[in-house]
Each structure stands twice: as structure tokens, then as C-alpha cells.
Design a protein around this ligand. Structure first.
Ligand SMILES: NC(=O)C1=CN([C@@H]2O[C@H](COP(=O)(O)OP(=O)(O)OC[C@H]3O[C@@H](n4cnc5c(N)ncnc54)[C@H](OP(=O)(O)O)[C@@H]3O)[C@@H](O)[C@H]2O)C=CC1
Ligand SMILES: CC(=O)[C@@H](O)[C@H](O)COP(=O)(O)O
Ligand SMILES: [Mn+2]
Length: 381
């Protein structure tokens, strides 16, 4: 029986993780649940899964949870997420919070030698060097939940690293894949949130529309699989059936395919190296799909992806700036304060004005993250 701490329990990945846990009560139980502010969604989950610890982000919500569940320990904020992720009885941390706020808990869980199922890609983008150094030092498994990285992880199984020619990440193209840059000037938040293949949280859905999601994923792949940026490619694949692939030096290409359902990579991260039934997920029917489409990536059309490659190749604190500027700009867009194309402009300005620090420590990363967010807001003024 694996005891799980789930950060981001009320989100899209969090809810699907709980669906997987619900399917396999003999294999998994919930040790702790952490969420932000969505008390309505959280209360029935706390009742159903009876965790030992609940972590919330707000003092008023803490009091509410305490009064409803007097026998459960309720903790607050980043310190609470760290305590829930490092407790002695925890076997696996599923980090599914949105944003770089998930970084301290990931690092603490690595130091406590927990297995980590990582959905929270911003953690790796903002501080990949710290996370991977710690994972290596403490000999901890960092199991990808992101669909592309799970696909690559599965396609790398048993292969020798020096036989890899390149990784190929597939991109659906997101909500605006058929729009010209001229047409992008008039798009709304509602348009951006209408992803063709996946139902996800708001921030990642906007990232997918701007192609920053793929940019973050290129950086995530660089860190998870120790592959130089020059050997990581992106291809547009409208159907999201091939979740990503690895090309080897002998020209063999190994890919992982399936219907677009995040429960598959979530469950694989929880069961690795085993596999369990997941009969609730639709089987892949290639006769029904009949045709799969592929297009080369247009880096001028999707400028965020180009910026992500540039920041990744520059390295150091540049990806911290990329991530923080993107998180702030997407929040402004979702709140109706800026237009869709302003997102890339604000990120580019933040990157241009930053002097790279080669190997920032955690304190420096947190400071740069905060400064960048303020800077993005001040450009707006
Ligand atoms: N959704 C998907 O299919 C995929 C998501 N991912 C990645 O997984 C992560 C989560 O995505 P997704 O589930 O879509 O996001 P959602 O927005 O649906 O959920 C985010 C979760 O994080 C919590 N949260 C937000 N801010 C804070 C905070 N400051 N402190 C603590 N908790 C917080 C939210 O709590 P509350 O709502 O209660 O405030 C919610 O539980 C992201 O990094 C994303 O890139 C990767 C691949 C696919
Ligand atoms: C499900 C998942 O992993 C998302 O990150 C997905 O990749 C979004 O789709 P696109 O970014 O390819 O549109
Ligand atoms: Mn993905």
C-alpha cells in the first residue's frame, strides 16, 4: 500500500489522481491533501479520503476545515506543504499544484527521499538544476506525470542514453492552432480556454494556446532526461494520440500512444515499474481515427516557444524569469488586464532586461521570481 501526499488536490490533475486512487484502494491511500482556496471542491474530498493532514493557503479556510474536521491536522501555506510532503509515513508525493509555488515542497520531499510524481512542470523550469542535483544526491525517483514526458520516459525504458538521437515532443497546437497572428489580436479568454483535445486548468490551457506549454515542456525534458536542447524537437500533431517519441541513432523511433487521458500517465507514475488496469479510459482505436496529422513548428507564429528555447539555452536564472513572467502575464490575461499577444511581449521584455545568474540557489530563485512578477506588473502601468 502506497501512502500518497497530493498537492493541488482540487485541480484538474489532482481530481484525476484521486480518481486513480479510488480505482485501486488496495494499492493506494491518501495521507495528505493540499489545495489553495477551493473549499467547496475540497470538503467532499476530505470527507471521502480522510487524510491525516490537510494543507490550505488561507487562514479563514483553515478555520473552516478545522471546524468541519476536528480530528484532522490542518496546516498552512508552503510550510504546510513541506510538512505534508516529508512526513515519515508518506511514500509518494504527487505534486500537482500550479506554478513555482510547488518548488520548496518538491525539494524538501527529495531531501526526505520520497518518490515524486511530478506534474508541476514550473518547478523544473524555474529551478531544474537544483531539483535534479538533489534527486541525484538523494537517489530519488522523479517520475513524470506530464503526458509527453511520461511518453518519453516509457520510450526510453531499458535503452542506453548514448544511443539517443533526439526527443520529439508532440504539440496539439492548442486553441489557436488555426489562427494567424492577425487573428490572434482579437481573441478572448473564453476562446483561449477552449482546448481542442484536453480538459485542463486555466493556466496550462492558456500556455497551450500560446505554445508556452511546449516551451516549458522542452525545458522540463532537458532536465528530466539530461538531453541538450539541440536534441529536443517539437512537432505539431493535432490529434494528441502520439504523446511523444524518442529517435535512436539506428533510426528506430519509439513512441507511446493512447487516447488523450491524463489518468494514464498519472497512474503509470503511481504504479511504476508495474502497470494496473485502467478500464475506465477509452481504448485507442486507430481504425476509427484513420488519419494522424503532423506539421512542422512555426517559431515566428508561436513566439513563446522560441523564447523558451532561447531562455533554456542561456540557462541559469533565465528560465526562472521565463517562468515567472509567463505565470504573471497569464494571470493578467485571465483577469482581462492584457490581450493574448501581450503575454509574449511581457515575457520578452522581462527576459531582455535580466542579467543571467549561472547557478542561482533557492533563495535567489525565489527573489528573482518575485522581482520578475513585480516587473511584469510595472511594465503594464
Ligand atoms: N491539467 C493537465 O492535464 C496537466 C497539467 N499539468 C501540470 O500540472 C500542474 C497542475 O495543473 P492543473 O491541474 O491543470 O491546474 P489547476 O489550475 O486545475 O489546479 C491547480 C491546483 O493547484 C492549487 N493551487 C494553486 N495555487 C496554489 C498555491 N499558491 N498554493 C497551493 N496550491 C495552489 C489549486 O488550488 P485551488 O484551486 O483550491 O485554489 C489547485 O488544486 C501544472 O503545473 C500543469 O502545468 C501537466 C500536464 C497536464
Ligand atoms: C495533457 C498534457 O500533458 C498537456 O501538457 C498537453 O500537452 C497540452 O497540450 P498541448 O500543449 O500539446 O496543446
Ligand atoms: Mn504536456
Amino acid at each position: 500500500m502506497k501512502q500518497i501526499t497530493l498537492l493541488g488536490a482540487t485541480g484538474s490533475i489532482g481530481i484525476q489522481t484521486l480518481e486513480v486512487i479510488r480505482l485501486h484502494p488496495d494499492h493506494f491511500s491518501v495521507y495528505a491533501l493540499a489545495f489553495g482556496k477551493n473549499i467547496e471542491k475540497a470538503l467532499p474530498l476530505i470527507k471521502e479520503f480522510s487524510p491525516k493532514i490537510v494543507v490550505v493557503q488561507d487562514k479563514t479556510i483553515k478555520k473552516q476545515v478545522e471546524s468541519e474536521f476536528p480530528d484532522i491536522q490542518v496546516l498552512l501555506g508552503t510550510e504546510g506543504m513541506i510538512a505534508a510532503s516529508t512526513a515519515a509515513d508518506v511514500d509518494v508525493l504527487v505534486n500537482a499544484v500550479m506554478g513555482s509555488v510547488g518548488l520548496p515542497a518538491t525539494l524538501a520531499a527529495i531531501e526526505a527521499q520520497k518518490v515524486i510524481a511530478i506534474a508541476n512542470k514550473e518547478t523544473l523550469v524555474t529551478a531544474g538544476h537544483l531539483v535534479m542535483e538533489a534527486a541525484y544526491r538523494y537517489n530519488v525517483d522523479l517520475l513524470p506525470v506530464d503526458s509527453e514526458h511520461s511518453a518519453i520516459f516509457q520510450s526510453l525504458n531499458g535503452e542506453k542514453p548514448d544511443t539517443i538521437e533526439r526527443l520529439v515532443l508532440t504539440a496539439s497546437g492548442g486553441s489557436f492552432r488555426d489562427k494567424t497572428r492577425e487573428e490572434l489580436k482579437g481573441v478572448t479568454v473564453e476562446d483561449a480556454l477552449n482546448h481542442p483535445n484536453w480538459s485542463m486548468g486555466a493556466k496550462i490551457t492558456v500556455d497551450s494556446a500560446s505554445m508556452m506549454n511546449k516551451g516549458l515542456e522542452v525545458i522540463e525534458a532537458h532536465w528530466l532526461f539530461h538531453i541538450p536542447y539541440e536534441q529536443i524537437d517539437v512537432i505539431l500533431h493535432r490529434e494528441s494520440v502520439i504523446h511523444s517519441m524518442v529517435e535512436y541513432k539506428d533510426r528506430s523511433v519509439i513512441a507511446q500512444l493512447g487516447t488523450p487521458d491524463m489518468k494514464v500517465p498519472i497512474q503509470y507514475a503511481l504504479t511504476y515499474p508495474d502497470r494496473l488496469d485502467l478500464s475506465m479510459t477509452k481504448r485507442l482505436n486507430l481504425e476509427e481515427i484513420a488519419t494522424l496529422h503532423f506539421q512542422p513548428m512555426d517559431y515566428e507564429r508561436f513566439r513563446c516557444l522560441k523564447l523558451a528555447y532561447q531562455a533554456g539555452k542561456e540557462g541559469g536564472s533565465m528560465t526562472t524569469v521565463l517562468n515567472a513572467a509567463n505565470e504573471q502575464a497569464v494571470e493578467l490575461f485571465l483577469n482581462g488586464k492584457i490581450s493574448f499577444l501581450d503575454i509574449e511581449t511581457l515575457i520578452e521584455q522581462a527576459l531582455e532586461s535580466h542579467q543571467t545568474i549561472a547557478k542561482p540557489d533557492l533563495e535567489t530563485i525565489i527573489a528573482i521570481d518575485q522581482e520578475t512578477r513585480s516587473q511584469v506588473c510595472s511594465y503594464l502601468k
